[in-house]
Design a protein around this ligand. Structure first.
Ligand code: GLN
Length: 456
């Protein structure tokens, strides 16, 4: 696979033309919803004239289609926003452009980022880069696949409960979900505001580090952003690493467990110590997540009423009918399911029993992580319980689909940095990723560790 450095100091127009050709040649994967060709070529020419310079001058990239960006519509893979043209760009996109990077297209996702397979896209699923009968993962499936197919050297995604890490794992690329607040969420369609994060896919840890370094930092337009703490680093020696036993149960695919243990051996060989640790609360993480996140989803999606925002249905004769029809046509089934669950857990009489209780257990989860980080620098486990599953396999069973998120949601609920690194293949040749989780603001250290293992 190509690296960012392979594109630097080359003719930017040629970089863009070739990336767009690769995108068109790989149309069958349905990884991209649109190309931003005209704008990309204009920017490339400006780079070639020396008018735009920077650390990413002339490097093509792709953004998930829930990021507001110029040059194509921003649909969030939904009919609700099918014709929406962004009046501004996401801060993350602006920062990359300020370094000369060139966005060539918008990647497919589960509508409004609700899902883990990209099958919830209103425009059809993305296929796995290694096996077209398997899912790409999600919700940032398109971004993972364009990186894995080497259409572009990096792509942006959002991760609310695993949407960068899981597709990264399914497609054999690195995926970075930073500490909550590392990268501005301004200009990204909101899903669940207390766990939404912005991160990237890249071919290796060094490239991911560069992209995170550029994107990180305080933004006045997102009050949850942290002052810039991300400083590229080299791996420390003799780290104490905890292998989370609760992620290595009999329910986990044997190939996934083996690849995780192989990665543990690499860490040991590099001089780190690895102990098994227990995290009993982890078994509640999914239940907490699927209460808190739908609650926030129901609130964030309330604005799409067909009047102020979003698709407006034809032929309604009353206001109530206009709301109902617009939302019915604009949202996919999974969006509606989450709006209903969220409204239910927030409603009077159920709020205490579900939402409040979930937030309390969430605090216990945070405490348990904090306690583990008193003794350990990094926690490790598989990113997902299985390699990529078959297209259509989990569609009829939402609980089965949600179970695929069991290993990624704990770090999201606690706001911790977590990365998925490609670590091996299943016996049938599907990529398998391993997840590294660290304390808040240890993002650069996690990437440094991944870099040192890649080198070894
Ligand atoms: N698969 C998870 C969900 O459906 C994660 C989604 C995300 O991170 N956007 O909620």
């Amino acid at each position: 696979m190509t690296k960012i450095s392979d594109y630097i100091s080359k003719n930017a127009r040629q970089n863009v033309v070739e990336a767009i050709k690769r995108a068109n040649d790989n149309n069958e994967y349905h990884a991209l919803l649109s190309l931003t060709e005209e704008r990309a070529l204009e920017r490339a020419d400006a780079v070639d004239r020396g008018e735009i310079t920077g650390r990413l001058a002339g490097v093509p990239f792709v953004v998930k289609d829930n990021f507001l960006a110029f040059g194509a519509p921003t649909t969030a893979a939904s009919r609700m926003l099918e014709n929406f043209k962004a009046p501004l760009q996401a801060t993350a996109v602006e920062k990359l452009e300020a370094e000369g990077a060139i966005c060539i297209g918008k990647a497919n996702l589960d509508a409004f980022a609700h899902g883990g397979s990209t099958e919830n896209s209103a425009f059809g699923p993305t296929l796995n880069a290694y096996d077209k009968t398997k899912v790409a993962g999600g919700s940032s499936g398109g971004s993972a696949v364009v990186t894995a197919l080497d259409i572009v050297p990096f792509a942006l995604g959002s991760d609310t409960g695993g949407s960068i890490r899981q597709p990264a794992s399914f497609n054999g690329v690195i995926g970075v979900k930073p500490t909550y607040g590392t990268v501005s969420r301004y200009g990204v369609v909101a899903m669940a505001s207390s766990t939404d994060t912005i991160g990237c896919f890249a071919t290796d840890a060094e490239d991911a580090e560069l992209i995170m370094d550029i994107m990180a930092g305080k933004d006045d337009k997102d009050m949850t952003t942290l002052p810039d703490f991300f400083k590229p680093a080299e791996a420390k020696s003799g780290l104490k690493i905890g292998l989370i036993k609760d992620t290595m149960t009999d329910d986990v695919d044997p190939d996934v467990k083996q690849v995780t243990l192989d990665y543990v051996e690499l860490l040991k060989a590099a001089g780190h110590t690895v102990d098994e640790v227990e995290m009993p609360i982890a078994k509640y993480a999914l239940a907490i997540y699927y209460i808190v996140v739908p609650a926030e989803v129901s609130s964030n999606l309330a604005r799409y009423d067909g009047i102020r925002y979003g698709h407006r249905a034809e032929g309604a004769s009353t206001l109530a009918e206009l709301y109902g029809k617009s939302r019915d046509e604009g949202f996919v089934t999974e969006n509606k399911r989450r709006i209903m669950i969220g409204s239910y857990v927030l409603s009077s009489g159920f709020f205490d029993a579900y939402y409040l209780q979930a937030q309390k257990v969430r605090t216990l989860l945070v405490n348990e992580f904090n306690k583990l980080f008193e003794d350990y620098d990094v926690l490790i486990g598989p990113t997902t319980p299985t390699p990529a599953f078959g297209l259509g396999e989990n569609v009829a069973d939402p609980i089965k689909m949600y179970l695929a998120d069991i290993m990624t949601v704990p770090a999201s609920l606690a706001g911790l940095p977590a990365i998925s690194v490609p670590a091996g293949k299943s016996t049938s040749g599907l990529p398998i990723g391993v997840q590294l989780v660290g304390p808040r603001r240890s993002d650069a250290e996690l990437l440094a560790l991944a870099k040192s293992v890649e080198k070894a």
